[in-house]
Structures are given as C-alpha cells and as structure tokens.
Design a protein around this ligand. Structure first.
Ligand code: AMP
Length: 209
C-alpha cells in the first residue's frame, strides 16, 4: 500500500503514520524527520534546510523531491510506504506522480485552536524521538520511555507555528482538493483519543486494501 498522510502542523499525522507503518509493516517516510536528522548531523543539506525550517517556511521543492525519490527507491519501500509531510506543494505532487502512484491519502482534520495548543506544548526526546505534550509530563524532565533529554523544536515557537499554519493553508490545503478529485482522499477526525484515531484510519485502510 502506498499511502500519504496530510494535515496541518500539530494534527498528529506523524504519530499516526508511525503507528500505521508498524501495523502494516511498511516504512514511515517523514520528510520532517529526515530533514531534522540532516540538521542534527550538520550536513550541507541540513544547514541549508534549517534556515527555511526555523522561519516556518518550506524547504525548496527540488531538495525535497530528490530526497524522497531516493528514499522510496530503497528495497524496504518495495511493497509500500507511508509518506508523512510529502507532497506539500503542487510541484511536489506532480513530481511524485512520476515515480509512485498513491493508493490513498489520509487527511487528518483538527481545528486551528487545538493545533496551536498541541504544538506549543510539544516536547521531543533527543534520543528516541518520542513526542509528548507538556501537560502529560507533569514534572518529569526526561523521556518517560528512555530517560533521554527533552527539547522544544526550534520551529515549535508560537510565532513560527502561526507562520507554518498560514503556509500550510496557502500551499498544501489545495492538494487536498486535488486528491479528492482523484477519488483517493479520506478525511479522518483527528481530535479524539490517539487509539480511536488509529482505529478509524485502519478501518479506512481495510477498505482500500
Ligand atoms: P514537519 O515535521 O512535517 O512539520 O516538517 C518540519 C519542517 O520541515 C516544515 O515546516 C518545513 O520547513 C520542512 N519540510 C518538511 N517536509 C517538507 C516538504 N515536503 N516540503 C517543504 N518543506 C518541508
């Protein structure tokens, strides 16, 4: 199954994409995670991408397209994959059609006020990458799973979050209509419990298979 998860920042698409990838045994390909890895390793690509990411904008299409094209050509993606955070622009969607054909697009829908609350409280483990909301951590200063240190993503500051939401509406929202027109779009209510959302997605995928 070749799937794509789309949704505004903070919709929980990364969390859900990871869970569905494990359940179906296909790789979770997150362009945001791939870029953060490049930034962490201070590669030339990472240094270039960081400028756009910290400003809440998009990394140039040609950089992202080359990165995803290479990743989906690896053997583990042969029987399917989940794209998380790609495509995000019309140019990326057109490029994708040249090297892969999606079976379904899952659109995670969450109201704006919830998104800001979720992102601004997000804490990420530096070691295992798990994400938490500060309200669930109480006084814990380290990752409940692995005791790694927790940090706030540079692009999760409130001003940057507002910019990311407006860029999403302008550049990525139109893709939703594009995939609806192709008959492969499925809206998922993303404001309930994490397990309920995973089951709602799995129910849709059972129909797609
Ligand atoms: P995410 O973790 O998916 O929210 O991505 C974090 C940041 O990485 C975004 O705000 C963008 O700056 C950049 N990014 C991730 N995926 C893409 C993409 N497909 N196109 C352009 N920029 C991207």
């Amino acid at each position: 199954m070749k799937l794509m998860f789309v949704g505004p920042p903070g919709a929980g698409k990364g969390t859900q994409a990871a869970r569905i990838a494990t359940r179906y045994g296909i790789p979770h390909i997150s362009t945001g995670d791939m870029l953060r890895e490049e930034v962490k390793n201070e590669t030339p690509l990472g240094k270039e991408a960081k400028k756009y990411m910290d400003a809440g904008g998009y990394v140039p299409d040609e950089v992202i397209i080359a990165m995803v094209k290479e990743r989906v050509s690896r053997p583990d993606a042969g029987k399917g994959f989940i794209l998380d955070g790609f495509p995000r622009t019309d140019v990326q969607a057109q490029a994708l059609e040249e090297f892969a054909s999606l079976d379904a697009v899952l659109n995670i829908v969450v109201p704006d006020d919830k998104l800001i609350h979720r992102i601004c409280g997000r804490r990420v483990c530096r070691d295992c990458g798990a994400t938490y909301h500060e309200s669930m951590l109480e006084d814990q200063k380290t990752c409940p799973k692995c005791k790694g240190s927790l940090y706030i993503r540079d692009d999760d500051k409130e001003e940057t979050v507002k910019k990311r939401l407006s860029v999403y509406k302008e550049k990525t929202q139109p893709l939703i209509d594009y995939y609806a027109g192709k008959g492969i779009l499925h809206d998922i209510v993303g404001s309930g419990g994490i397990d309920d959302i995973t089951e709602a997605i799995a129910a849709v995928l059972d129909e797609v298979k």
